[in-house]
Design a protein around this ligand. Structure first.
Ligand code: PMV
Length: 313
C-alpha cells in the first residue's frame, strides 16, 4: 500500500466576513503561498485499527484512540471511516504539517481537514469527490468554530475564487484583470469561534442595527463582484475601506489591525481591511504590483510579523 499525500492552500476573505454567517454573500480566494499537507502511510508492524497521528507543528503525537472523538483531527479520520463504512482502519500513520498560520484567518483548520479527508480516503482506495470532501470538512469546521458559514471549506476544497452564500450552490467568477493583494499578519492569534460568538451575542442584543450592518456588507460584496468581473479591480480599494469601517462597527477590528490598515493606506495601498474573524490575525491591502514590495516593508515597520503577496487571476 503506497503512501498517499494531499495538499491544500490557505485562503483569505476579500469581502463579507461575519455577514456571511447571517446569509449575506462573501468573496474568498485561495492563497497558494501557504499550504497544509497530510501524508498517510501504512504501518506494517502496527495492530489493525491502530492509527498514529503526528502533527509536529502543534506538538501533537498521539494514537487516534487517545484523542476525544470531537478533536478536529480525530473527527476528520472518523468521518472518512464512517463515510466509507470502514469499521477498522489499517494500521497507519497520519502525518500533518502546515505552513498556514493557525488562528490567523487563513483557513488553517479547513485546509488541514481537507488534506486529511483526501489523503486518507485515497489511502483506503476510495478517494472522495470534492462535494463530499467539502461536506465532511464543514462538519469538522463546526468543531473549530461553532456556527461556521462554510466559506473556508468551500474555497479551499475547490481552490478557486468563490462568491459564497450560505446554503446555496457554490458560485465561482471570472477575474478578467489580475490584481495584487498583500496579506499582513498582526501576529496575534485570534480564534474565530470567539469573534463569531461575540458577534452573535451583539446581534441578539441589537438585531436591527446588526442586520443593517450585515446588509451594508452584503451590498459591498455584490458591488465588488461586479467590479472584479468588469475588469475594474482598482474600484475595490474604496470598497475595502468601507467594509473595514463596517467591521469596526461590528466590533471585530483591533488597534493592531487598524494600525496596519492605516500603514498600508499611508504607504499608497488602494484599499485595506481586516480579513477573516478579526481581533487579530491578518489584514489585506489592494496594491499596485510595482508598489507591493515597498508597502510590504512599511507594513513590517508598522508591526506586521509577516507579509505575503498574492495575485488574484
Ligand atoms: O476562519 P476565518 O478567521 O477566516 O473566519 C471565517 C470568516 C467568518 O465569517 C468570521 C466566519 C465564517 O464561518 O464565515
Amino acid at each position: 500500500m503506497p503512501a498517499f499525500t494531499a495538499t491544500a492552500p490557505g485562503k483569505i476573505i476579500l469581502f463579507g466576513e461575519h455577514a456571511v454567517v447571517y446569509g449575506r454573500p462573501a468573496i474568498a480566494i485561495p492563497v497558494a503561498q501557504v499550504k497544509a499537507r497530510t501524508v498517510v502511510s501504512l504501518n506494517p508492524r502496527g495492530e489493525p485499527g491502530s492509527v498514529q497521528i503526528q502533527a509536529p507543528d502543534i506538538g501533537l503525537e498521539a494514537a487516534l484512540s487517545q484523542l476525544p472523538v470531537s478533536h478536529p483531527l480525530a473527527a476528520c479520520i472518523h468521518s472518512v471511516a464512517d463515510a466509507l463504512d470502514i469499521r477498522r482502519l489499517p494500521a497507519c500513520t497520519v502525518r500533518i504539517t502546515s505552513t498556514i498560520p493557525v488562528a490567523a484567518g487563513l483557513g488553517s483548520g479547513a485546509a488541514v481537514s481537507i488534506t486529511i479527508i483526501r489523503s486518507l480516503s485515497a489511502f483506503l482506495g476510495h478517494p472522495l469527490p470534492d462535494d463530499q470532501v467539502c461536506r465532511l470538512a464543514f462538519e469538522v469546521e463546526k468543531l473549530h468554530h461553532g456556527t461556521p458559514s462554510g466559506i473556508d471549506n468551500t474555497v479551499i476544497t475547490y481552490s478557486l475564487p468563490v462568491y459564497f452564500t450560505r446554503d446555496q450552490p457554490i458560485q465561482t467568477f471570472h477575474v478578467p484583470k489580475a490584481f495584487t493583494i498583500l496579506i499582513a499578519d498582526t501576529g496575534i492569534a485570534s480564534p474565530t469561534a470567539a469573534a463569531v460568538g461575540d458577534v452573535r451575542r451583539a446581534w441578539q442584543a441589537n438585531p436591527v442595527l446588526y442586520d443593517m450592518l450585515f446588509d451594508a456588507v452584503g451590498g459591498i460584496t455584490r458591488k465588488a463582484r461586479q467590479a472584479i468581473e468588469a475588469g475594474r479591480p482598482q474600484d475595490l480599494g474604496p470598497m475595502m475601506e468601507s467594509n473595514h469601517a463596517l467591521l469596526q462597527q461590528i466590533g471585530v477590528s483591533s488597534p493592531e489591525l487598524d494600525c496596519l490598515v492605516d500603514a498600508a493606506m499611508s504607504a499608497g495601498a488602494l484599499g485595506a481591511k481586516l480579513s477573516g474573524g478579526g481581533r487579530g490575525g491578518n489584514m489585506i491591502a489592494l496594491v499596485r504590483p510595482d508598489q507591493a514590495q515597498k508597502i510590504a516593508g512599511k507594513l513590517r515597520e508598522a508591526g506586521a510579523m509577516r507579509t505575503i503577496s498574492t495575485t488574484v487571476e
